[in-house]
Design a binder for this molecule. Structure first.
Ligand SMILES: O=P(O)(O)OC[C@H]1O[C@H](O)[C@H](O)[C@@H](O)[C@@H]1O
Length: 649
């Protein structure tokens, strides 16, 4: 990778306590400026002007088997995450959300007490460090380094402070990136560039994706990819153990010394410039392949604002009219989520108001994306999958496209009849679809694309990395591909530029069409999904399970949800107008009345999401009534949205 201009922005003050006293003690800390002004943290609410402090040695040494040094880090400000004599009991395993950790980080929302406290977060940082040390089987002479980035959430600075303490307290070096995207964090484990202290041995992204402002969480990466469920469970078990010893002075080991460091680097500038180079290369080494294109970006006040100024503009695109690029963790404009109706309306309006060729929208941490064409037609959900499938199937005829469970029957027809591919509808969850595609390849079934209606997408050529921005690169490459797009160079670059791959792919498509003089705007993209039939009605209703309701009888919401699904399944078999999907991996999926519905358990919330698609409102209501009659005896379920939907208008 090329050297970046920003270089290392700063060394946060690191006091290396090589000669600690014989007692583990809570040192006093002299506040030292955090020097955030040296980092381009995109302004906005997270451009910390405050002083920020870390008091690392306030915790006992973690995991005595591997920690050989102790660290004192003085930044300035927020209080130490530690020195809490009577810590609350915490069920760490409840923080697991599939292959992520998620919790509540901001108090004030009724019924949602803070679960990601500073000590909990610090324990999680220490646990990841312990896990990584064990995985890498390193000798302690070379400290491992962990990169840490975050999205725009207002809890980010506090969690960054705490998780950094956990990592550095375990003797590992911390490299803070500031505001970053999830894909960039993974990429930092692959980047070979000492000016940004990469490759990192492990990476942590502080994010709760599109969830509300009060939540936050962690995603973890090594150069092997994102950690899976068993690893997350392992880390949480270690964290619980570390946490339980926080007040245990018996852990003190006088012989240990500390020399871990916390540094800050401007990684995102390097990362963005590498994406720019990727598109240029794929476009035949043209400096500004997007010249003449007007592309508006909506980052929803998440971390994706960089895509306009640092990727599209250097490529020649006009990005005027782009909106919500400034990070603001209260998300005042709309939820940063390409699945959200208001979010899609906002980017569509921006495209129309600006007569733009294309609109691009990201989620908070930029691993999901969607596009809007020049006519205001949305490329999200099934349409985005159809578009990406068309591009991938051009390159890999006959390949299997793995999707999540809420994709439409029409998408199957489109992929199989129009594009000649195979549609494998699997489970919800980006990790589920990616793992399934990898599994298929391992048993000899070729699959090049795993993609969710949520906008998460991963390509085999991109090492199965889940990257919304790379998806949009695919679009733009498509636009410029007819004359200039070289697949071999895309392949080569995509092995290097693992993230933002899908966005970049879409950008390429756009640029190639322009160069070859095919129509204006983004017609080339619209043409690619020609033939995808779409239902007149497509709704998702989310039925919440009240976890405190006596109907749960002390059981979990999952057990309750499973009971609802079983009951629905039994009812469906009694109705001759309905057919259960012959192959189904999640929930109850049923065809009938010209459409289908799927009721399933949410991956992480006490919710049963219900998707209904039908050729008319009347048919959709009929399907809805089937579900309504099945759930009416389940009093812990909030069925108000469904009741409203099936009500005669
Ligand atoms: O099951 P749901 O509540 O609809 O949420 C499902 C979503 O959960 C998380 O956000 C995952 O990152 C997504 O990959 C998944 O699509």
């Amino acid at each position: 990778m090329a050297a970046m201009s920003g270089k290392i922005a700063q060394n946060v003050i690191v006091a290396q306590n090589r000669q600690l006293g014989s007692q583990y003690r809570r040192e006093s800390h002299r506040p030292v400026p955090f020097m955030s002004n040296l980092l381009p943290i995109h302004g906005g609410k997270l451009a910390w002007t405050c002083l920020f402090s870390m008091k690392l040695p306030s915790l006992p040494i973690y995991q005595s088997g591997f920690v050989s040094r102790r660290t004192t880090i003085n930044c300035n400000a927020a209080s130490s995450a530690t020195a809490v004599p009577n810590l609350e009991k915490v069920d760490f395993l409840k923080l697991q959300n599939g292959s992520d950790i998620r919790g509540v980080a901001i108090a004030g929302v009724e019924g949602e007490p803070v679960s990601l406290t500073k000590p909990v977060t610090e324990a999680i940082g220490a646990a990841f460090a312990a896990w990584l040390l064990e995985k890498k089987k390193t000798d302690a002479s070379q400290p491992l380094r962990i990169s840490i980035g975050h999205d725009s959430r207002i809890s980010a600075p506090v969690l960054l402070d705490a998780v950094s303490q956990g990592v550095a307290g375990a003797g590992l070096d911390v490299i803070q990136f500031g505001l970053a995207s999830t894909p960039a964090m993974f990429n930092s484990t692959l980047t070979e560039d000492e000016t940004v202290l990469c490759p990192a041995d492990g990476a942590i992204m502080i994010t709760a994706s599109h969830l509300p402002y009060n939540r936050n969480g962690f995603k973890f990466f090594t150069n092997g990819g994102g950690l899976g469920k068993p690893d997350i469970k392992d880390i949480l078990e270690r964290a619980a153990d570390i946490y339980s010893k926080f007040t245990d002075e018996g852990l003190i080991d006088s012989k240990r010394q500390a020399s871990a460091s916390v540094k800050r680097v401007d990684y995102m500038t390097l990362y963005a410039s590498d994406l720019v180079k990727a598109v240029r290369k794929a476009a035949g080494n043209i400096e500004k392949p997007l010249e003449g294109f007007h592309i508006v970006v909506d980052a929803g006040n998440g971390a994706g604002g960089f895509f306009a100024a640092k990727v599209l503009e250097p490529l020649g695109a006009n990005t005027s009219g782009s909106q919500f690029l400034e990070p603001d963790g209260l998300f005042p404009n709309h939820i940063p989520n390409p699945e959200d109706k208001a979010a899609m309306e906002a980017i569509t309006q921006a495209v129309l108001d600006n007569n733009a060729d294309l609109g691009i929208i990201f989620d908070t941490d930029v691993d999901r994306s969607a596009a809007v064409d020049a006519t205001g037609r949305e490329f999200n959900r099934n349409r985005l999958i159809a578009l990406t499938s068309a591009i991938v199937l051009e390159e890999h005829p006959g390949t299997t496209i793995v999707t999540d469970s809420v994709t439409s029957d029409e998408l199957t027809t489109f992929i199989e009849k129009k594009l000649g591919g195979k549609h494998h509808r699997f489970k919800r969850g980006y990790k589920n679809v990616i793992d399934e595609a990898i599994r298929l390849n391992s048993i000899g079934e070729e699959s090049h694309l795993a993609i969710e209606t949520s906008g998460h997408g991963a390509l085999k050529e991109n090492n199965w990395l889940d990257d919304g921005a790379y998806l949009m690169v695919l679009v733009v490459q498509t636009l410029c591909s007819n004359l200039l797009f070289h697949f071999s160079s895309l392949l080569e670059l995509s092995l290097t530029f693992l993230f933002h791959h899908l966005q970049v792919k879409l950008l390429n498509k756009l640029a190639s069409a322009r160069t070859s003089g095919i129509g204006g705007g983004s017609k080339v993209l619209t043409d690619l999904v020609e033939g995808l039939r779409e239902p007149a009605v497509a709704v998702e209703l989310r039925l919440k399970i009240d976890q405190n309701h006596p109907d749960l009888k002390g059981g979990s919401f999952r057990e309750y949800g499973e009971a609802v699904l079983k009951h629905l399944e039994n009812l469906v078999t009694l109705d001759p107008k309905l057919q259960k999907a012959p192959v189904n991996y999640e929930g109850v999926r049923v065809s009938g009345h010209g459409g289908w519905f799927l009721l399933r358990l949410s991956l992480h919330d006490p919710v049963l999401p219900l998707n209904i698609e039908a050729p008319s409102n009347e048919d959709a209501v009929k399907l809805g009534l089937t579900v309504a009659s099945a759930v009416k005896e389940f009093h812990a379920l909030d069925t108000s949205a469904l009741d409203k939907f099936v009500q005669p208008s």
